[in-house]
Each structure stands twice: as C-alpha cells, then as structure tokens.
Design a protein around this ligand. Sequence first.
Ligand SMILES: Nc1ncnc2c1ncn2[C@@H]1O[C@H](COP(=O)(O)OP(=O)(O)OP(=O)(O)O)[C@@H](O)[C@H]1O
Length: 301
Amino acid sequence: MIVTRGLTKRYGRVLAVDGVDLDVREGDRYGFLGPNGSGKTTMVRLLLGLVYATSGEIEVLGERVPARSRSVLPRIGALVEGPAAYPHLSGRQNLALLDAAGPGGSRRTRKSRIEDALEQVGLSGVDRRPVRTYSLGMRQRLGLAAALLRRPSLLILDEPTNGLDPRGIREIRDLLTGLNEAGTTVFLSSHLLAEVEQLCTRVGIVDRGRLVVQDDLATLRAPTGHVEVATPDAARVVAMLDGRVVDRDGERLVVRHADPAALNAALVAEGIRVSAIGTRRRTLEDVVLEVTGHGSDRVAP
Ligand SMILES: Nc1ncnc2c1ncn2[C@@H]1O[C@H](COP(=O)(O)OP(=O)(O)OP(=O)(O)O)[C@@H](O)[C@H]1O
C-alpha cells in the first residue's frame, strides 16, 4: 500500500527523513512513532506529494508519488496538521465545499457521502452550528470526516488525536479500528507510545529521521521467557524455585519460565496462593528504549 526506498528529505543541514524504507501492507493499522522533530510530519508530506524528496522513491497504492499524485490522491483520505475549515460555515457546508472542489466523487451521491462521513465521526448531530463554535476535538473530527468523504481504501493521518481529551482519543481509536476492520488500511504518525500500542498492528519507530524498527506489534511484544507472578507467599516461591526468580517487588515476582499454566499448577500443588499470573511481554517502551537509547523522556508514554 505504501512503499518507500531510501527516502530522504534534507532541509539545509537537517536530514528530516534519512534513507527510510517504509513498508505498509494492506490491512495494516500502521503507527509511525517518534518524538517531536523526528521527521514524522515531513514523512506524511512526502507521501502526499506535498513536499519533494531529496532522493529515494515513493509508491502509494501501487503508483509513483509525486509523478502519479493526481491519480493517487483522490483514493487516499488524509489529515495533516491543523485541518483548515471556514469558521462561519457549518461542518456540513465545509464538507460540501471540499467535496465540490476535489476531483472525482459524483455530485449525485455527495449528500449521502457527507452524511455518512459526519455520522462516522459522530458529528451528524451538530447540524447547523458554525465551525467557529467547535471545540478542538470537533475540528479534528471534521478533518477526519473530510478524509473519509471519498470512502478511501487508505488513510494517512498526521497525529490524528492531537488536542483531543481522553474520551475523544478513545472515539477516534474506535472509529479507526472499525474502519480498518471494514477494510481500510490506516497509516498514522504519533509521538504517543500508548496510542500506538493500543491502536496499531504494525509499528515503525523513527529516530532523528531514521527508521530504526519496523515490525508487527505482536512480534515486537513477543514473550520474554519470563512469567509474572503475584502472590502473598512470595518468600516461599523464592525458596521453592531456587534461582529462577529474577526480580522481586513485594508480592510481585518475575520468574524465568515459559509456561504460566504449568508454573501455576506447580505453585498451587505446593499450597502457594497465586493472585495473578501471566506471560511477561516487552512493552513498546522497552522496544523504543532498546533501539534509540532514550525512551519516555522523548516519546510520551
Ligand atoms: N520546511 C522546513 N524547513 C526547514 N526545516 C524543516 C522544515 N520542516 C521540518 N524541518 C525540520 O525537519 C525536522 C523534522 O521535522 P518534522 O516536523 O517532520 O518532525 P515531526 O516528527 O513531525 O515533529 P512534530 O511532532 O514536532 O511535528 C526538524 O528538525 C524540523 O526542524
């Protein structure tokens, strides 16, 4: 769906995007994760043909960008920083203008497409209110509605939850998950670890313009060969397992063991009370720390 090869964008002495080989596959919810200033917005602009690469190649929906932008762009829904709208017009009127101005999209179906898009982002109820009375979250959702107008098979979104409160963030997450399950591939940039961890199936981690990791979230979060155990009988577990307890914090233990069910059975057979047990997995924060040498101080948890 999106492939780049050696993609590089230089602004003077700053390498905003540095030799990136991106691979976004059909059906992905792809999170492009990196701290502020790491090149995410530049990447999104490159993909949309809004800025030209210094070197490298871009293919979106099987076509070269920017050479074939005119054919590619109408098939993409995009949201780039701070979606613009006429403040004195309603959301519906803004979408009608946008729809009429853009290429493609039949006039006959315009009204129903606008209604669908407003419905999808939860704005159909606000009806005739001018956009100037909208909250930041509502504006962001209107931007998303605009991205959905053409019922695109690919969404490219730059920090789509910027400025939203926790409830708004959850609504957008549910919306994007639903669209994805119905067949839309989603590419989004974010500096929020938790957002990417909760929403995405595939992750690219960018550090100072370079793509340092690109993999399925499930692979990145593979089991570590350790089991986490919570038990009021921690001291007995330490004695029983002799050397396999690698970490202890009060009632919480980390045990070198691959199978939580078997470990649970062994503990219970000894009369040890187990209040919680499960496989230990790496968090996305662990992965970010490993590959960049800096974690939550630069990428928000
Ligand atoms: N038009 C420009 N002219 C000069 N330098 C630029 C320009 N756009 C971006 N840069 C620089 O390129 C680097 C990457 O910026 P970019 O905005 O792509 O990062 P980002 O990850 O999107 O950050 P943020 O989350 O803060 O938007 C930064 O050092 C930035 O200062």
